[in-house]
Design a protein around this ligand. Structure first.
Ligand SMILES: Nc1ncnc2c1ncn2[C@@H]1O[C@H](COP(=O)(O)OP(=O)(O)OP(=O)(O)O)[C@@H](O)[C@H]1O
Length: 653
């Protein structure tokens, strides 16, 4: 069936050109609109499969306004625009278009872009529907199981987290009753960890007396329909001194969404999602909640039933160890430390995409944990029993990339003395992780695109394709948009890989995780070097918070490793190098880009320190007051370190 297409373009000649090309290519054009108003009229008459959208249009409203509506209505669209103003482009990007073409464009590029847009749209739609089906059956399970209201709601929180982002979730009957407050809330404190917030906790957090708290409750309005509030839109905010307002202030939330359901008996139960990000909630979240409304009503009924029948039980104080709960639906991120909301949002996306074969593109600076997330995606997928093969595209010489990835036949080139399988075949039934994908030569990018489309590879020197069943997870620390714009990365491959992008935040943007990571690495290295872990000194904590971490988690890991190596085993870990020393400020300016750079600095400092101890002991390693004892490491460990660091004992004797 011909796909239906709407053209929204105010330049008559361009619009006609588009119509001609697309009709010839087999599309059915449902109309040409020169303004958002005209486009609305067409959209009311019928729903197109795809929309081609110019940014600047006749009238006051731009294509970006229309794009927001199209996204909410789940209609795929691409921009075709001559506008290269960075600000406008940035704004256009926030609407998450399925493609972008800059005028003037080639006919071939237009057709490819539409093709990819359609592929991405159907693909994401399909996985969305499958995900929703999974969620609905999970909610039914939660509803039917024998458990109390709190655990039911905790499980709901865990199940919902990858569908609607939140840092705090709550539910309760409305209108609120000053005599008896039965709302249940959970604050998200880890990937799948939540802190229960009931009346007692609220009183502590808000610091309100009982009477002021009841005044707040009495002052809290009920919503008759789904609503969104954000600090960015102060006109649409909850009244002062209401429960919502109090929660926003005390928990430092910036926006919330409320969704009322009617579970029967004339009652209304509200579900609340709060986020620390302003403007995070959209109409599409409300539409999604409408789709699962029946499940939410069934669950609300069970929760109210439990609440009303066990009020005595409820009044028991909650023991501190019971307060933090693990919902444990997704055990796949065990070794990923941190609970900053930017990290959790990335992990939510990873959870969402993990069960499917969709390609994933992980973006983020060097050392932010891209490989770790790639591994988790593999572990959370049905392919977890298959291999996870990592390929560092930047580390393979250009002439060998093709044979390394796809294999080669005997005699395919000088030195190919026998037939050899490539990484794709080695990853059969599993996942291939293409790290530093931005470094792939253009010719290989084209071949990779074919693999993604056809699911088959061709050996170097081979003549028949070989089918492969491999999921591709790629990563880069480059700005691929820029690489595409500058012609170093193929647009078609970019769109194919970018079906599901996950961006990992740099460490400087999630500083609240620094301490937990430091303790984690402190423990890890103390175990490795067989030393006791006595905690982190206050001075070290202060300095690591103040530093910007251009090398991200990997750099922090190396700094902690060094502190452990040089720790005397009796005191808390100290910072063993000055993070703001000249060496570091230079790096800070230019940025540490590679693991080698981080390792180099670490080795230099270690060399300096070991050298200073050896000077003291005049080269003596073993025995009382020997260098090994002063460093509190085994003499054999010190000896191997000296070999690695090229330190000669005899230089100190
Ligand atoms: N959240 C985390 N918790 C614990 N360890 C982490 C976390 N994120 C990363 N690491 C550790 O930090 C180091 C760097 O992580 P990783 O290699 O995954 O980063 P990357 O983004 O792939 O780096 P590059 O771009 O240089 O390849 C690894 O040793 C990894 O185990």
């Amino acid at each position: 069936m011909n796909k239906k297409l709407l053209i929204v373009e105010d330049e008559f000649i361009v619009a006609n050109d588009l119509q001609l090309i697309l009709t010839q290519a087999g599309y059915h054009i449902i109309g040409i609109a020169a303004s958002v108003g005209e486009a609305d009229t067409y959209l009311q008459q019928q729903t197109p499969d795809l929309v081609i959208l110019d940014i600047r249009l006749n009238g006051k409203r731009s294509g970006i306004t229309l794009a927001r509506k199209l996204r909410e209505d789940n209609i795929a669209f691409i921009y075709v625009s001559a506008n290269s103003n960075q600000k406008v482009l940035e704004e256009a990007k926030t609407t998450e278009p399925y493609g972008f073409l800059v005028k003037p464009f080639r006919e071939k590029d237009l057709l490819i872009t539409l093709d990819i847009a359609w592929y991405r749209h159907t693909h994401s739609l399909e996985s969305k529907l499958r995900n929703e089906e999974r969620l609905q059956s999970l909610l039914t399970e939660i509803c039917n199981e024998e458990s109390d209201a709190q655990s039911k709601f905790l499980k709901l929180a865990s199940a919902m987290q990858s569908f609607i982002p939140f840092d705090f979730i709550a539910t309760g009957v409305r209108p609120l009753n000053g005599e008896r407050f039965t709302d249940i809330g959970y604050l998200r404190v880890g990937f799948d960890e939540y802190q229960h917030i009931g009346e007692k906790e609220l009183l502590t957090i808000t610091g309100l007396s009982n009477s002021s708290f009841y005044a707040v409750i009495e002052n809290s309005p009920a919503d008759s329909h789904g609503n969104i509030y954000s600090s960015e839109a102060p006109n649409n905010h909850s009244p002062n001194n209401s429960l919502q307002r109090t929660l926003l202030d005390c928990l430092r939330m910036e926006s919330y969404l409320v969704f009322p359901v009617s579970p029967g008996y004339g009652l209304s139960v509200h579900y609340f999602f709060y986020s620390r990000k302003p403007g995070i909630y959209s109409k599409s979240h409300l539409t999604f909640l409408h789709r699962i409304k029946q499940c939410l009503e069934d669950l609300a009924e069970k929760i109210i039933y439990y609440e009303t029948s066990t009020s005595v039980e409820k009044d028991r104080p909650v023991s501190p160890e019971k307060k933090k709960n693990k919902a444990e639906f997704y055990p796949g991120f065990k070794s990923i430390i941190g609970n900053h909301h930017l990290l959790l949002a990335a992990l939510d996306l990873a959870t969402q995409v993990a069960p499917y074969n969709t390609s994933v593109l992980i973006l983020g600076e060097s050392g932010t944990g891209k490989e770790k997330v790639a591994q988790s995606i593999h572990e959370l997928s049905t392919r977890k029993k298959g291999p996870f093969i990592k390929v560092n595209c930047a580390a393979i010489p250009e002439t060998l990339v093709e044979s390394e990835l796809f294999g080669h036949e005997k005699g395919a080139f000088t030195g190919a003395i026998e037939k050899r399988k490539g990484k794709f075949e080695q990853a059969e039934g599993g996942t291939i992780f293409l790290d530093e994908i931005g470094e792939l030569p253009l010719a290989i990018q084209m071949k990779l695109l074919r693999v993604l489309q056809e699911r088959e590879i061709e050996y170097v020197g081979g003549h028949s394709p070989v089918k492969v069943n491999v999921r591709v997870v790629a990563a880069t620390n480059r700005n691929l948009d820029k690489e595409v714009a500058e012609g170093r990365f193929r647009l078609d491959l970019y769109y194919r890989l970018n079906v599901f992008p996950i961006t990992l935040p740099p460490l400087r943007e999630r500083k609240t995780d620094i301490e937990a990571l430091t303790v984690f690495f402190g423990n890890k290295f103390c175990k490795e070097f067989d030393k006791p872990f006595n905690g982190i000194s206050d001075a070290m904590i202060q300095k690591i918070y103040a530093y910007d971490w251009p090398g991200n988690i990997r750099e922090l890991e190396n700094v902690v490793e060094q502190s452990v190596v040089l720790n005397d085993g009796r005191s808390k870990l100290q910072l063993m190098r000055d993070l703001s020393s000249p060496a570091f400020s230079v790096i800070g300016k230019t940025g540490i880009n590679t693991f080698d750079e981080v390792k180099h600095i670490q080795q230099e400092t270690e060399r300096e320190y070991i050298t200073s101890i050896l000077k003291k002991t005049k080269g003596r390693i073993r025995g009382v007051n020997g260098a090994a004892e002063l460093l509190n490491i085994k003499p054999t460990t010190l000896e191997s370190k000296m070999i690695r660091l090229n330190i000669r004992k005899q230089d100190f004797e």
